[in-house]
Design a protein around this ligand. Structure first.
Ligand SMILES: [Zn+2]
Length: 84
């Protein structure tokens, strides 16, 4: 049996390879251009950079800082009970 790549029953939406490739790129670009906001950093970044951002040092530092007690984030808290 001869399997044809351009089998009409599969419904080739695009006439040419280039056309389908362009459509693919457009869809990709549309997705990538959607903004994503990092709650930790308050950054608005491209969705395509999200994974990269989540692994970035800056984000990890912000995340760490966020976990610290907000009430005690002023230096007055840690200073007094240290000596003696
Ligand atoms: Zn972040």
């Amino acid at each position: 049996m001869n399997v044809d790549n351009t089998c009409p029953q599969r419904g080739n939406r695009y006439k040419t390879k280039e056309e389908s490739h362009t459509a693919f790129l457009n869809a990709k670009r549309t997705y990538a251009n959607k903004k994503w906001i990092c709650n930790t950093c308050g950054f608005k970044i491209n969705r395509s950079n999200k994974t990269q951002h989540l692994r970035s040092k800056k984000h990890l530092e912000n995340e760490k800082r966020r976990e610290e007690c907000l009430t005690c984030s002023s230096d007055s808290c840690s200073s007094e009970s240290v000596s003696e």
